[in-house]
Design a protein around this ligand. Structure first.
Ligand SMILES: [Zn+2]
Length: 156
């Protein structure tokens, strides 16, 4: 696994343990070249999913992108990180079980909103308010940049 800090490909696993109730293996890694430490997760990937944007463009489904948007929406909310991981895995399992490996980006947004609505209203509102504009733009990077972390103290 390549070091995200310096690009060295020869990194070492320092610790491996089950995570998310044995759905994932969490590995702590160390880069001997720069001393950097980072974590990777190993998960079962049942199917290779493809996202169909409203423009018709196809893109490989990227769990990290999904995770980034959800984590930003949930930032500073009193929810255990482990719970967030489980939620994201649950969303991916649902996508994988839709019956079709081609998934409209709209369906992904709807499943995320449905899930967030059950777990945390504030995160749901944050996500949904940006998602409305996103449907028109259909540009994930723009979506993430609009979904900025809340200003400190704003929601307390
Ligand atoms: Zn490194």
């Amino acid at each position: 696994m390549r070091c995200p800090f310096c690009g060295n490909v020869d990194t070492q696993v320092k610790d491996s343990r089950p995570a998310e109730d044995h759905v994932a293996i969490r590995r702590r890694r160390f880069c001997p070249a720069c001393g950097g430490r980072f974590t990777t997760y190993e998960r079962v990937q049942l199917r290779d999913l493809v996202v169909i944007k409203s423009s018709g463009k196809r893109e490989d489904f990227d769990r990290d992108k999904l995770e980034r948007s959800i984590r930003i929406a949930m930032q500073k909310r009193p929810i255990e990180p482990e719970r967030v991981d489980q939620m994201i895995s649950g969303i991916v399992r649902r996508l994988e079980s839709l019956g079709d490996t081609d998934i409209p980006s709209r369906s992904i947004g709807e499943i995320v909103m449905e899930t967030l609505a059950r777990i945390d209203t504030v995160s749901y509102v944050r996500f949904a308010s940006v998602y409305k504009n996103f449907q028109a733009a259909d540009d994930f990077d723009k979506f993430v940049s609009e979904l900025r972390p809340p200003v400190q103290g704003q929601d307390e």
